[in-house]
Design a protein around this ligand. Structure first.
Ligand code: SAM
Length: 278
């Protein structure tokens, strides 16, 4: 049994330590946060919530779950786990998965790295769905720009197709801790784009720049192919931002496809938080 007691939560309102009670977390200033029936905790104060339902929608999260459950992205997931095993100094790392979505990667990383995990996502529905995957992970509704954990308390922060928060990740990481970030590469999902758009221009995609708190350990450009049918192609479209941008006519082009090979291209980057004085 893995417990999440090693994750040092802080109050999102006043920054003091949060203590777990039977059905809630609370701090000395008596700010209190209920643990939902499903098991997640909402640590997103209204001032950090810039819309009524921030983050991905239920439809996007369900599409992602349907697609990821088929294990098409397992090689990507194992790649992240291997990076953690290779570059994290801890044998039992505390991992914060930032922008964890419906929880697929967080659970895989917990299992593959024998880790203590916390999944953070700004969408309440994401945390709710994640609870049905694994109860031994601390699922929190929170923003990646104010992760409600103490300074220097995590061994690893993962950001898989989500935001890179330079200063906040450096704050929560221990010295020598690592960020493992995955971003889309230039050829990612090219065939899907070719179906829905009349013209596809290859963009030279690069991860964002990083601050002097970090040193770059490695950056790899990976490519593999997946063979998928129409239903999974529709789910794949739904989990990307393209689904918001295209017309009905464009999305209907997918219906004419039976099977297709799709390129998965991602950049995985490992950054290490520098030790003080180095
Ligand atoms: C493209 S999805 C990736 C989800 C997951 N990592 C995966 O690959 O399956 C990005 C996720 O980031 C979340 N998100 C967006 N803005 C966020 C923020 N400011 N803080 C935390 N999560 C955020 C969204 O709700 C969404 O679940």
């Amino acid at each position: 049994m893995i417990t999440t007691d090693e994750i040092r939560l802080i109050c999102p309102v006043c920054g003091r330590e949060l203590i777990k009670n039977e059905k809630s977390y609370s701090c000395k200033k008596r700010h209190s946060f209920d643990i939902a029936r499903q098991g997640y905790v909402n640590l997103l104060p209204v001032q950090n919530k810039h819309s009524l339902s921030p983050g991905d929608t239920k439809a996007m999260l369900s599409a992602r779950r349907n697609f990821l459950d088929k294990e098409y992205y397992l090689p990507l997931c194992s790649d992240i786990a291997d990076m953690i095993k290779k570059y994290s100094p801890s044998q039992r790392p505390v991992i914060i998965d930032s922008g964890s979505g419906e929880g697929y990667y967080t659970v895989q990383l917990k299992e593959q790295c024998n880790a203590v995990c916390m999944g953070v996502d700004i969408a309440k529905e994401a945390s709710k769905m994640s609870c049905s995957r694994d109860k031994e992970i601390l699922w929190a509704v929170a923003t990646a720009s104010h992760i409600p954990v103490e300074d220097n308390s995590a061994d690893v922060v993962t950001a898989v197709f989500s935001l890179f928060m330079n200063d906040e990740y450096a704050r929560v990481l221990k010295e020598g801790g690592i960020v493992v970030e995955v971003t889309a590469g230039s050829k990612h999902l090219t065939e899907l784009k070719q179906i829905i758009y009349d013209e596809v221009f290859e963009q030279n995609k690069k991860p964002s720049s990083f601050g002097e708190q970090y040193s770059l350990i490695t950056q790899e450009d990976r490519v593999f192919g997946i063979d998928i049918g129409r239903q999974d192609l529709e789910a794949l479209l739904m989990m990307t931002p393209h689904s918001h941008r295209i017309s009905r006519e464009q999305s209907e082009r997918i219906e004419k496809i039976d099977n297709i090979r799709i390129t998965v291209n991602y950049i995985v980057r490992v950054l290490k938080k520098k030790e003080k004085g180095s």
